[in-house]
Design a protein around this ligand. Structure first.
Ligand code: CDM
Ligand code: ATP
Length: 294
């Protein structure tokens, strides 16, 4: 096998709680994560020589070691003494710096692709350990589906599948730095907590309305305060029938959950009409494939 093509899926946070700051500057979190059907596409190819070459469709995205894909291929080549060159074509669809873990998803798939391409025989745990060195969201992205993420995000507990629904995803026309948002959170109150238990109960009961009532993201206290447009987008989604609407990660992406596709499309249409964002997509949640029914 000289070539592999993979999909790297976006995630949303259904619940995001920050429990406290750790001595290393990172934060202990408790998050309910969910993958979406929206994905980047990556193609890995063995090439002659010893170089790592990355090409992408986004002109402003770095393709050298600042890109997680390039960085991880380089790291794994060195760690496993791989003397073959690797060419990667990355087709980005997931918006960058959006709170959708686009870079983390690419990174997770890169670790898995290198494992397959070079027959490294790594276990999932070993790959999650490697991913975790490069970002807190990467271990989750390696398993995807519906999961609870704790620690700094690396302790993963699988959850039952999320109920079927439609998602309207809105990425306003600016990016947000995750480090900045966590930094601002420290200066404010850490005593505000979303109802993660309610979300977990809603997932167990496959009750979208209960999930909608309980979903929450403590990082909204920072990002929505800095960008009131996000509150307007959430309101528009809710007015047009969203069962729940929330910011994902540190933002600025906001999403709405809908039971009916027609309502989702109408809400998306309204947001485009109001020129609230250029990136507006209707998509669906994507549950983890069960072994034996790929
Ligand atoms: C906000 C979320 O996207 C929610 O899923 C994640 O917690 C962030 O995950 P990520 O982007 O993979 O984060 P990293 O690249 O590891 O860290 C970026 C920055 O976010 C802050 N950070 C991140 C995760 C965490 N548990 N505590 C933190 O304080 C740190 O300042 C860090 O320098
Ligand atoms: N493959 C990649 N795709 C996107 N961004 C990347 C990639 N590699 C490195 N980056 C850098 O990472 C930064 C964050 O991008 P990313 O799209 O992963 O953010 P995010 O969606 O907010 O992630 P998260 O939700 O995990 O915090 C960008 O500034 C970008 O330059």
């Amino acid at each position: 096998m000289n070539q592999i093509e993979v999909k790297a899926r976006a995630k949303i946070n259904i619940s995001l709680d920050v429990l406290g700051k750790r001595p290393d500057g990172y934060h202990d979190v408790r998050m309910v994560m969910q993958t979406l059907e929206l994905y980047d596409r990556l193609n890995f190819k063995k090439i002659r020589g010893d170089k790592v070459i990355l090409k992408t469709n986004i002109p402003y995205l770095p393709t050298d070691e600042r890109n997680l894909v390039n960085k991880i291929v380089g790291y794994m080549k060195e760690r496993y003494k791989i003397r073959t060159g690797v060419f990667v074509r990355l087709k980005k669809v997931i918006p960058v710096a959006a709170g959708l873990a686009g870079g983390s998803a690419d990174a997770a798939e890169t670790v898995k692709a290198m494992n397959r391409l070079f027959h490294l025989g790594l276990s999932l745990e070993e790959m999650m350990e490697i991913g975790g060195r490069f970002g807190a969201d990467i271990p989750y992205c390696m398993v995807g589906g519906t999961a609870l993420a704790e620690g700094i995000g690396e302790k993963i507990t699988y959850l039952p599948d999320f109920p079927e629904c439609h998602v309207v995803l809105v990425k306003p026309n600016f990016g947000v730095s995750t480090a900045h948002v966590f930094g601002r959170l420290d200066a404010g109150a850490l005593d505000c907590h979303p109802d993660t238990e309610g979300v977990l109960e809603g997932i167990r009961n496959r009750d979208l309305a209960a999930i909608g009532r309980s979903m929450g993201n403590v990082l909204e206290t920072v990002t929505v305060a800095e960008h009131p447009l996000l509150a307007d987008i959430k309101k528009t989604l809710l007015v047009h029938g969203a069962i729940g609407a929330l910011m994902s990660g540190s933002g600025p992406s906001v999403y709405g959950l809908f039971a009916e596709e027609a309502a989702a499309q109408e809400a998306a249409r309204r947001i485009i009409e109001k020129k609230m964002a250029k990136f507006v997509r209707t998509t669906k949640i994507h549950n983890r494939k069960k072994v034996g029914c790929q």
